[in-house]
Design a protein around this ligand. Structure first.
Ligand SMILES: [Zn+2]
Length: 513
C-alpha cells in the first residue's frame, strides 16, 4: 500500500533537496558483482547469483566454457559505477552514461582500456562533434490541494521536453484516465496539467498528443507498473512539458483530485531548467583482432544509456568485451576473419546529432563493409524475467523469476537462410530463449541503421525496468549474459565456415514506413 505523504509547503524545498539524494548504493563488494539488497525482490541481491538458472554447457561446446557469465557481470557493475559517479557529481536527476557528457568520455576511456588490456590492436577513439544536446539541469513537480503539498519525486521529463521560464507553471490538475477520446469527453483541459495513465502492454491511446491538441499546458503520463519508478522516455511528439510519473505518485494525485472539494481543484507546480548544451563531443571506440584474412566480422555495442543502464546497454558492452577476450586467446591462424569491435556512441539522444557514430558507419558502408561476413549488434542480451501483479497473488508488485527473458531477434533476414539456421541452432544450444519468429527488421537499436548493408544478427529485450532508475546490474542475470555470449561465439565460428559469397547480398532497400 502506498503511504500517501502530504507535506506542508514549508517543507517542500527541503524535500526537493532530499529527494535528489542517491537512492541506490553500490556496496564496496559491488566489484564482485554482488549488490546490496533492495526491497523490490525478497531474495537478497547477494543471493541472486546463486538462484538464477544456469544452462549447462552442452556436449561438444566445451571450448566456450571460458566465457564466464559471472566475470561478464563484473563489467556490467563497472559501467553502472561510471553512471553513478556522474550522478554523484552534481547530476542527481538526469544521469547515466549520457552522450556528450563526462560519463560518455569515461565510458569511452574505460572501454579503450579494456581493449588494450586484452591486446587488441589499433585501439582508438574516433571523435564526433555533437549538435547542441538536451540537458535538463533540474526540475520540480508538486501538487497542492487543500493547503498541503505532495512532491512528485518520480517525475522525469520526456527527452527533449521544453523547460519552463520564470518561476515555472502553476496549473489546475485534470484527470483523463487512459487518455482516449472518451476519457477526454466533457473535460476542459485547456491551459491545465493533464494526468493520464499508461501501461506497458496496453494499446497506446496517443493521449499526449490528444492533450496537446485540446490545449493542455503540461502532461503527466503515469506509468502503471507497480512501484514509483523514474522512467526516462523518448520524445513525446508534442511541444509541451511532458513528464512520466511513477504509479504511486500518479495514483496519489488521482486521489487528491477525487477528494478535492468543489471549486478547489488541486494545483500543479512545474518548473524545469533545460539547456541545449553546445560544443559537446562523443566517440566511437575501436579495437581490432586481426585474422588470417582481410574479411571482417563486426561486433558493435552502444555505450550510452540512462541511469545505471545495466541492461541497456552495459550488458551488451560486457558481452562484446567477453567475445574480445575469448577470441584474443586463440592464435591468429585460427581466426579466419579479422574481428572489429566498436563501442558505439549510442542513440538515446534523440533528435539532431543522434547516433552520429552509426550514421558515419552507414555513410562509409562501401569502405567498411565490402568484405564483411557478419555484424552482431550486442544489445540487451540478458534481462531478468519479471511478472507484473501475478494472477491470484495479492501484492501490487513486480515479481522476479530465477531466469532471463526470451528475446526479440533477427538473423540476416529472409535472403540468408543459412545465417538464420546458424543463429537458431546457437540459441538452442546455449539456452538463449527467443521469440518464435524473427523480427522482420532487427529489434529496435543500432543494427536498424546498418543491417541493410551487412549480414546482421541481433537479439534484444525491453522489459519492465527498461529505461528506469531501477535498471540496475541485478536486473541482468549473469546466466543470460553467459548464454547469449556463448551463442554469439558459436555464431561467429559457424559463420567462419561459410564463404563471403554465402552471406553477402546486395544492399536492401529501406523498408516503407
Ligand atoms: Zn539499447
Amino acid at each position: 500500500m502506498r503511504k500517501v505523504i502530504l507535506f506542508s509547503s514549508e517543507t517542500v524545498l527541503l524535500l526537493i533537496a532530499l529527494m535528489t539524494a542517491s537512492t541506490f548504493v553500490l556496496t564496496p563488494a559491488g566489484r564482485s558483482g554482488r549488490l546490496q539488497a533492495q526491497e523490490r525482490t525478497r531474495v537478497a541481491s547477494s543471493e541472486l547469483e546463486d538462484v538464477y538458472l544456469r544452462w549447462p554447457l552442452p556436449e561438444g561446446a566445451e571450448e566456450y566454457a571460458e566465457i564466464d557469465g559471472r566475470r561478464l557481470h563484473e563489467l556490467v557493475v563497472e559501467q553502472a559505477e561510471i553512471a553513478r559517479r556522474y550522478r554523484d557529481q552534481g547530476h542527481p536527476q538526469f544521469w547515466g552514461r549520457i552522450t556528450g557528457t563526462s560519463s560518455d568520455a569515461e565510458s569511452a576511456e574505460w572501454l579503450a582500456a579494456k581493449f588494450r588490456d586484452i591486446g587488441l590492436s589499433d585501439v582508438r577513439l574516433q571523435p564526433f562533434d555533437l549538435a547542441p544536446q538536451w540537458m535538463p539541469q533540474s526540475w520540480e513537480v508538486s501538487v497542492t490541494s487543500e493547503g498541503q503539498t505532495l512532491v512528485i519525486e518520480s517525475a522525469q521529463p520526456f527527452y527533449r521536453a521544453p523547460g519552463t521560464t520564470g518561476k515555472g507553471l502553476d496549473l489546475e490538475a485534470v484527470y483523463v484516465g487512459l487518455g482516449s477520446e472518451a476519457d477526454f469527453a466533457g473535460r476542459d483541459v485547456r491551459g491545465k496539467a493533464v494526468f493520464t495513465f499508461s501501461m506497458l502492454g496496453a494499446p497506446s491511446e496517443d493521449a499526449l498528443r490528444r492533450a496537446e491538441a485540446k490545449g493542455a499546458a503540461a502532461v503527466f503520463d503515469v506509468l502503471m507498473l507497480p512501484g514509483n519508478m523514474r522512467y526516462q522516455a523518448y520524445p513525446s511528439g508534442t511541444d509541451l512539458p511532458v513528464f512520466s510519473v511513477g504509479s504511486e505518485d500518479g495514483f496519489a494525485v488521482r486521489d487528491l483530485i477525487a477528494a478535492a472539494s468543489p471549486g478547489r481543484t488541486p494545483r500543479v507546480h512545474v518548473a524545469m531548467n533545460v539547456e541545449m548544451t553546445p560544443g559537446l563531443e562523443t566517440a566511437l571506440v575501436w579495437g581490432t583482432l586481426p585474422g588470417r584474412t582481410d574479411e571482417t566480422i563486426y561486433l558493435i555495442a552502444h555505450r550510452d544509456g540512462w541511469f545505471d543502464a545495466a541492461g541497456d546497454n552495459a550488458s551488451g558492452v560486457a558481452s562484446m568485451i567477453g567475445l574480445a577476450q575469448y577470441y584474443s586467446k586463440m592464435p591468429r591462424s585460427e581466426r579466419r576473419r579479422t574481428i572489429l569491435f566498436v563501442g558505439l556512441d549510442g542513440h538515446h539522444n534523440s533528435g539532431e546529432g543522434q547516433g552520429v557514430g552509426r550514421m558515419w558507419m552507414a555513410g562509409q558502408r562501401d569502405e567498411l563493409f565490402a568484405k564483411t561476413a557478419l555484424m552482431i549488434n550486442v544489445e540487451h542480451p540478458s534481462t531478468v524475467l519479471t511478472t507484473v501483479r501475478p494472477r491470484y497473488q495479492s501484492g501490487d508488485e513486480i515479481v522476479w523469476s530465477n531466469t532471463y527473458t526470451a528475446q526479440q531477434w533477427y538473423a540476416g533476414g529472409p535472403s540468408r537462410p543459412e545465417l538464420r539456421a546458424i543463429a537458431v541452432a546457437a540459441f538452442r544450444e546455449f539456452g538463449v530463449s527467443t521469440y518464435l519468429e524473427p523480427n522482420p527488421q532487427p529489434p529496435a537499436g543500432d543494427l536498424g541503421r546498418l543491417y541493410r548493408f551487412v549480414p546482421g544478427v541481433a537479439t534484444s529485450d525491453f522489459l519492465h525496468y527498461f529505461h528506469t532508475e531501477e535498471e540496475t546490474p541485478e536486473t541482468v542475470p549473469w546466466t543470460g549474459l553467459e548464454a547469449s555470449t556463448r551463442a554469439y561465439a558459436r555464431i561467429i565460428d559457424a559463420v567462419n565456415e561459410l564463404d563471403l559469397s554465402d552471406l553477402k547480398r546486395p544492399y536492401e532497400a529501406e523498408p516503407p514506413n
